[in-house]
Design a protein around this ligand. Structure first.
Ligand code: UT7
Length: 307
């Protein structure tokens, strides 16, 4: 049995914060932010737009596009680093809001959270334990930002993306690969409620690690670079994304980029990008897609799938 994505959804808060807006908040410039990161704007949630609220909206969208009812969902996994509360889990709040009668839990792997969640969901389907799983990435990073720290506050945004992963007799997820190395804790973490990052050091490790991850994913499946139709990377920095595309000898036309509009939405970035490219018709049935992410922990991982 295979596990296949049969529907995608997304939610972005209405409020947009542009680089220009940030110029009046911290000592930065639109030029610096765009050149170093590729970001032009990000969405910022208001008080009512909690991670559970955004996850619920993205899930409704995904279930609609999958043509699946609440009764059909037999597991909910929410990847989030910014839960509404320590407990209950964001997934349980979503479960109640959607009136789904199924087990529900959160996964915390920072920016790699959606890849971890998808890898878990894949195994629940492949072992026959579930038929339809709601897999969500939802983040409200604006709640972790020190608006006086220009090295971090310009980078992140809020939003949620979701997919319905279902059993399929034909094709779907080919393989998933997840990793962690806790030794790098001090390079990227939350301290005193705010994100702290040694950006330059994280950048170098991210580029190298994602390069090896691409090799690992292709080697495991005896596939070549040219077999991949689309790269959907975690959106942390356009320069990191370009380095991975180069490693894959891919043109940027085959890479889904949303960082310009969304900034870094952590666990939400991949499902949001996937949703955009599915809905605008770029991604077509049977195409091979590589999803990859790198984040705090460090954690990193990939999912290779035939759509
Ligand atoms: O998603 C999880 C994983 N996260 C990542 O993968 C992020 C990885 N890191 C990055 O994306 C980049 O390192 C950043 C975008 C965070 C920073 O870019 P950089 O090219 O590595 O810049 P830098 O940190 O080396 O800073 C260069 C300069 C510094 O000034 P000096 O010391 O050279 O005079 C900073 O003070 O840029 C300065 N700077 C800024 N200037 C204007 C830092 N932030 C800003 C800012 N506006 N917002």
């Amino acid at each position: 049995m295979h596990s296949k994505i049969i529907g995608t959804g997304g939610y972005l808060p209405l409020k947009i914060l542009t680089n220009k807006d940030l110029e009046s908040i911290v000592d930065t410039s639109d030029e610096w932010i765009f050149q170093r990161t590729g970001i032009k704007q990000r969405h910022i949630a208001d008080d009512n737009e909690t991670s559970s609220f955004m996850a619920t909206q993205a899930s409704i969208d995904a279930m609609k596009s999958a043509n699946i009812k609440a009764n059909d969902i037999d597991l909910i996994i929410v990847a989030t680093t910014t839960p509404d509360q320590v407990f209950p889990s964001t997934a349980c709040i979503v479960q109640n809001q959607l009136k789904i009668k199924a087990p529900a839990f959160d996964i915390q792997a920072a920016c790699t959270g959606f890849i971890y969640a998808l890898s878990i969901a894949d195994n629940y389907i492949k072992t026959g334990m579930c038929k339809n799983i709601l897999v969500v990435g939802s983040e409200k990073y604006s709640s972790l930002l020190d608006w006086g720290d220009r090295s971090t506050c310009v980078l992140f945004g809020d939003g949620a993306g979701a997919v319905v992963l279902s059993e399929s007799s034909t094709h779907g997820i080919i393989s998933s690969h997840i990793h962690a190395d806790g030794i790098y804790n001090d390079l990227l973490n939350v301290e005193n409620n705010y994100i702290q990052m040694k950006g330059n050091e994280v950048f170098k490790i991210a580029v190298n690690t994602l390069g090896s991850l691409v090799d690992e994913t292709l080697d495991k499946n005896n596939m070549k670079k040219k077999d991949i139709d689309w790269l959907i990377p975690h959106q942390a920095n356009l320069r990191i994304i370009k380095a991975t595309a180069k490693k894959l000898s891919m043109s940027m036309d085959q890479v889904v980029v949303t960082i310009d509009k969304h900034g870094n939405t952590s666990a939400a970035s991949i499902p949001l990008a996937l949703n955009e490219a599915v809905k605008d018709g770029r991604i077509k049935d049977d195409q091979v897609i590589l999803l990859e992410a790198f984040g705090s922990g460090f954690t990193w991982g990939s999912v290779l799938l035939r759509y």
